[in-house]
Design a protein around this ligand. Structure first.
Ligand code: ATP
Ligand code: MG
Length: 258
């Protein structure tokens, strides 16, 4: 067990990395998951490692969608299970959603381990093990889902999803909420609600918004959903990255001059 000092300036990033390492050791996270983590960290660094006002708004809209849904499903892969297992179980409870394990590199062993890991964190029913339905337009292994899970869902939350599958799910007519730190990635670009934020911050914040909104009338939730502009959210994240970099450059310039 590595001790990370809480006053370290990059505490959260080190903690995240450590959880992914542990996930790999436990057989929950794949080696490709380590690479995905590295890509995510780079974008989080550029975004300032905090939830931007625009991401916070998208998280509120996601909460409204999940509360309005007839059958919401939260999709779980190896990185997601390693980073936010308990937080996901809590969100599923608050919005009454199913949890379904869905892997890019699908192996029976890893599926079982992730389901077990979620149960250890309080999940009662974990879907994704039956794999008795297919997403149209994807190769066999990538297409597998549960008939009474993602296949049947009207709203799906897919954090860190691969672009092809995100597109195929959207084509099935599902309302897709994607969490991804890279605003240029295809997955958030195909989403009805792109959330450009670290999943570690995003999931608890969606839960908090859901608690806030759960007693609102449907008409109010529908208004929140209708007013959302996905394009504007992606642009805001890109702007944040460009302006953050420009600001740091100006700072270094000032240091050199003084
Ligand atoms: P592309 O979409 O650009 O074709 P890809 O989706 O195949 O690439 P991956 O590395 O498989 O690339 O995707 C992982 C994605 O998950 C990256 O976009 C990365 O920013 C994102 N990501 C990684 N860790 C996190 C995290 N903790 N929170 C949110 N997003 C994350
Ligand atoms: Mg992607």
């Amino acid at each position: 067990e590595v001790e990370i000092p809480e006053d370290h300036p990059r505490y959260q990033s080190l903690l995240t990395r450590h959880r992914i390492e542990e996930g790999v050791e436990k057989g929950i996270t794949s080696k490709q998951g380590l690479i995905a983590e590295g890509r995510g960290e780079a974008f989080d660094y550029l975004l300032g490692e905090e939830t931007t006002p625009s991401a916070d708004e998208a998280e509120r809209v996601a909460a409204a969608h999940l509360l309005l849904a007839d059958h919401p499903v939260l999709s779980v892969n190896g990185n997601v299970a390693a980073l936010v297992p308990g937080e996901l179980v809590e969100l599923a409870e608050v919005v009454d959603a199913d949890l379904e394990v869905n892997l890019f590199n699908r192996t029976e062993e890893r599926l079982q381990k992730i389901a077990e890991h979620l149960r250890e964190h309080g999940a009662e029913d974990v879907k994704g093990l039956k794999a008795d339905a297919r997403i149209p337009g994807l190769s066999h292994e990538r297409a597998k889902v549960d008939a009474d899970g993602i296949y049947d869902a009207d709203v799906v939350l897919v954090p860190l999803e691969d672009g092809d599958r995100a597109e195929a799910l959207a084509e099935m007519g599902k309302t897709e909420i994607v969490i991804d730190l890279n605003p240029l990635s295809r997955s958030p670009q195909t989403a009805a609600v792109p959330i450009i934020d670290n999943i570690i911050r995003a999931i608890p914040n969606i839960t908090e918004h859901a608690r806030d909104l759960q007693d609102e009338p449907r008409a109010e939730l529908e208004r929140i959903v209708a007013e959302f502009d996905a394009e504007e959210t992606l642009e805001a994240a890109e702007r944040q990255i460009r302006e953050g970099v420009a600001e740091r450059e100006r700072e270094q310039e000032r240091k050199r001059e003084s």
